[in-house]
Write a protein that binds this ligand. Sequence first.
Ligand SMILES: NC(=O)c1ccc[n+]([C@@H]2O[C@H](COP(=O)([O-])OP(=O)(O)OC[C@H]3O[C@@H](n4cnc5c(N)ncnc54)[C@H](O)[C@@H]3O)[C@@H](O)[C@H]2O)c1
Length: 386
Amino acid sequence: MDKVRAGVIGYGNMGTSHCKWIHDGIIPGMELSAVCDIDSAKIDAAKKNFGDDVRYFADYKAMIDSGSVDAVIIAVPHYFHPEMAIYALEKGVHAMVEKPAGVYTKQVKEMNAVAAKHPDLVFAMMFNQRTNPLYIKIKEILDSGRIGEIRKVTWIITSWWRTQKYYDSSSWRATWAGEGGGVLMNQAPHQLDLLQWLTGMPTMIRAYLKYGSHRKIDVEDDVTAYFEYPNGANGTLVTCTHDAAGTDRLEIQGENGKIIVEDSSKVTVKILRKSETELSETLDFRQMLALVKGQSGEKLYDEESFAIPENWDKQHIDVLINFADAILNGACLIAPGKEGVKAVEIADAMYLSSWLGKEITLPIDDDLFYDELQKKVEEEKSRENI
Ligand SMILES: NC(=O)c1ccc[n+]([C@@H]2O[C@H](COP(=O)([O-])OP(=O)(O)OC[C@H]3O[C@@H](n4cnc5c(N)ncnc54)[C@H](O)[C@@H]3O)[C@@H](O)[C@H]2O)c1
């Protein structure tokens, strides 16, 4: 195969970008061969842009069965992700899944099991933040051990501002039946994946969720979560979609230093001259204050900072380039499909914790989560029928 013939499923906000990038020829080794959307108006819009260069489908199975695609990029509402990826993989077609991998772990694990049966096929996630050079650099710093063993992780990510008009723009948005959740399913999966990619999976989560906070929606748009790691470190994640002047600040504190990321574009790294453990065991209160205030003649830490502006388009384009490279040349995936379950599991644990009012240990009970989610879907249906 010289060129991967790609079919994009879903010609909405995200799918239009994927189609454009591929059609414009900026993904080496990949061409746009088909577009699928159940909405005929979307198909008409795609036809205006791509004319006879590509084939158009209303049914994703027909597109996959047509023989016109070697790979699909799935950019539709979340519940469909596993179902479509499973169909593609079983038909010998490579699959890239937009975030999140799915809504509930049980469904995502089924997708992973099918993918495992087809190791010859490339199965990837669109976790575009993993190509952000800023987070790549932070991962390098963490993996190098420079800040030592992680003690505390704090992420305030309230910059996911979404208006009521945004929620009203599409019937699947912000519903249990259509989207499977709110900020944890749609916006924060980027941070949930980065969190586990950078610092590993937590073992326990206690979360407080607010549903329809300052918005007329059923799902959560305000989250405060506490979590613990296997080494005893802990963390918090605070996110919401109703803060017009939102904050994006990540702090990762280790025994030997700290990384601070502001607005996903500015990084400060502080490396302690002596480990915090050693300082704690050797300094009395007066010596500690003198060191902190710079009165001891010694420096507490060395500091470096760098800024890398976010480039949203490039992040996605780089994941697509990697996907094509993996299909054509066997390149290692930046975001293997099987890793998508991790962010879903963290989100699902946060829901379970809120619904059941208790700490949740990971791995979660997949069946329990599925049953509890169905209750939310049923409650939503009964409210709509009133
Ligand atoms: N990686 C990112 O930065 C990013 C950004 C935005 C959205 N997304 C993800 O992309 C996906 C789509 O989000 P969006 O904002 O583009 O939504 P959207 O509503 O704008 O588009 C979804 C499209 O899918 C179509 N569709 C729905 N069901 C379908 C089906 N069964 N078969 C074919 N087409 C179907 C709809 O008609 C619509 O055109 C979601 O998973 C979302 O989380 C990712």
